[in-house]
Design a protein around this ligand. Structure first.
Ligand SMILES: CC(C)c1ccc(C(=O)O)c(O)c1O
Ligand SMILES: [Fe+2]
Length: 304
């Protein structure tokens, strides 16, 4: 059984590396760590990185990474994914050293083609994370739209050991999942849609005030606000969505429900209504979750 420590980082391809680095540092609130040629590492915790930006010809999601609970579980997880026919590859020493982390495997989900990295022992930085702008406290979740919803839900729950916190619809069209046994209501969610794409990425804000302050700062910086502020019924969080320089949707989220490992409440079947998504009655702007291409690369060629 796979046991996770947390959602660790994503790798994004961006069309203007300088502009996006400035945005994630000075608008979103992450801390710049280092730049290596066309790759930038930023963090929102003690970890060496919680976001990697790579200059590319087009914007999109390249990889999503989860930290395993214990280094001793790595080989077992590698063997398990191999048995499941997912053909994981272990990264070379050169690559894990560049990533400042321990053993790392990479595989592609066979449904929508997202590349995953499961890793252990990320380097912890000497100084604590100091947000430069918004007070973000962690990287919280990744959401996809998919036209293969049932298969993807089955894959996450039955192969990767994610647990459903809530779902929505008579015929289920939304599911919010947590990587067991991580406590947050969801670090991954999926929604039924016409195509397979990233819907958005979310960062936890320290307080409700930080979300209110960001409304003004985003407006002052001419950053499009795409939805909110509002309150999500599923996780109970206060939210605010906005666009990054390539149009990718980002969310600040505050106050999400947390689950214990044992005796957690059962998932609820929620009404697929506007009020479920926003208890305050707001609606997303047309550009909400419009961009978010999943970029597929050859697993072994990455960075070699
Ligand atoms: C994708 C949508 C808009 C959504 C719905 C609910 C929650 C939550 O309960 O936290 C989200 O985070 C969402 O992004
Ligand atoms: Fe979200």
């Amino acid at each position: 059984m796979i046991r996770y420590k947390k959602l660790g980082y994503v790798v994004l391809s961006v069309t203007d590396l300088n502009k996006s680095t400035d945005f994630y540092e000075n608008v979103v609130g992450m801390q710049f760590v280092e730049r290596e040629n066309e790759t930038v590492y930023l963090r929102s915790s003690r970890d060496h990185h919680n976001l990697i930006l790579e200059q590319g010809p087009e914007a999109g999601l390249k990889r999503v990474a989860f930290e395993l609970e214990k280094a001793s579980q790595f080989q077992g997880v590698f063997d398990y994914l191999t048995e499941q026919g997912l053909n994981p590859v272990e990264l070379s020493k050169k690559e894990t050293q560049a990533l400042a982390q321990g053993r790392t495997l990479r595989f592609k989900d066979p449904i929508i083609g997202v590349t995953y990295e499961f890793y252990v022992e990320m380097m912890q930085m000497g100084l604590p994370f100091v947000p430069k702008q918004a007070k973000i406290t962690r990287f919280l979740h990744v959401v996809y739209d998919t036209n293969r919803f049932d298969e993807l839900l089955d894959f996450y729950t039955n192969v990767l050991n994610f647990v459903v916190s809530d779902f929505s619809g008579r015929e289920v069209a939304w599911a919010w999942l947590r990587a067991f046994p991580t406590p947050y209501h969801h670090n991954l969610a999926i929604t039924k849609g016409p195509e397979n794409k990233l819907n958005h990425l979310a960062y936890q804000a320290e307080s409700v005030d930080d979300i209110g302050i960001q409304v003004n700062k985003l407006n002052d910086n001419n950053v499009p606000i795409l939805f909110g502020p509002g309150r999500h019924h599923p996780s109970g969080s206060i939210f605010l969505y906005f666009a990054d320089p390539d149009g990718l949707t980002l969310e600040y989220s505050q106050g999400m429900e947390e689950f214990p490992e044992e005796n957690a409440r059962e998932p609820r079947r929620l009404e697929p209504s506007k009020e479920t998504i926003d208890e305050w009655g707001g609606s997303p702007k047309p550009d909400f979750a419009k961009y978010g291409k999943i970029i597929e690369e050859d697993l072994v060629k990455i960075n070699n």
